[in-house]
Design a protein around this ligand. Structure first.
Ligand code: ADP
Ligand code: MG
Length: 221
């Protein structure tokens, strides 16, 4: 019956996800184990310690992102100013941007918009999106534009990176899809999940060779 079909589909989805997780965590573990054995032989241990530390960070990052995905609700929501959330996050990321000669510009249609949310979760989304923007640029400007439309806040983050092809766009949000050597491919999935939990949506608009805009839409108070 239909019910059974859904169940078996869900089970195989869980199986696929489990296989994906096992694979993503096993790679850095294998590498750590290998370098650990080399260290025991006292060879080039400084470099090996550095690699091991990086691989451990990756496992840590994957685990914490999976935890966010696994834990849906149970959060305390309060009224927060969008202006303040964005100012806090851009302040936090300013130094990372400056190192790469990137300027983060903000533009608010009005600074009074408020949303009901868990502030740390929405900050996490903004950090993930702005970090992705920083990571695809060598220099230039990231524009954050905030406006109000139909009782919703529209927060758009526009970068001057290389944009994405149609086929890359289709893969966005797939677990573990990453084009970065140190990426986890879970950041956007975490963003989608958090925004969905807050009754909002995320849209993406990208032009190859020009850049990408992610737009987060959230219902206002
Ligand atoms: P990660 O950053 O760890 O790779 P994400 O889920 O944040 O994982 O992003 C997945 C992939 O989507 C990135 O590796 C990159 O290929 C693509 N991507 C995300 N944001 C952008 C962007 N602003 N411009 C171009 N590509 C992007
Ligand atoms: Mg990312």
């Amino acid at each position: 019956t239909e019910n059974l079909l859904i169940r078996s589909e869900k089970l195989s989805m869980a199986g696929q996800l489990a296989a994906g997780i096992a694979h993503e965590i096993r790679n850095p573990l294998t590498s750590i184990k290998g370098f650990f054995q080399l260290i025991k032989k006292n060879e080039h241990s400084d470099l090996f310690y550095k690699i091991i530390e990086e691989e451990l960070s990756k496992i840590e990052q994957i685990s914490s992102e999976l935890l966010i995905l696994a834990k849906p609700h149970s959060e305390v929501r309060q009224s927060h100013s969008i202006y303040q959330l964005i100012e806090d996050v851009t302040f936090l990321l300013e130094s990372q941007a400056i190192i790469k000669n990137i300027i983060i510009k903000t533009n608010y249609e009005n600074t009074n918009m408020k949303i009901q949310c868990e502030d740390t979760k929405i900050k996490q989304v903004l950090i993930n999106l702005i970090k992705n923007a920083i990571e695809v640029m060598d220099s230039g400007t990231i524009n954050i534009n905030v406006k109000e439309k139909n009782h919703c806040a529209l927060i758009s983050i526009t970068d001057e990176g290389n944009g994405m092809s149609e086929s890359s766009l289709k893969k966005l949000g797939e677990p573990f899809y990453t084009t970065k050597p140190k990426g986890t491919g879970l950041g956007l999935l975490v963003c989608y999940k958090i925004i969905e939990n807050h009754g909002g949506t995320i849209c993406v608009d990208s032009t190859l060779g020009q850049g990408t805009t992610f737009t987060v839409k959230l219902p206002l108070n």
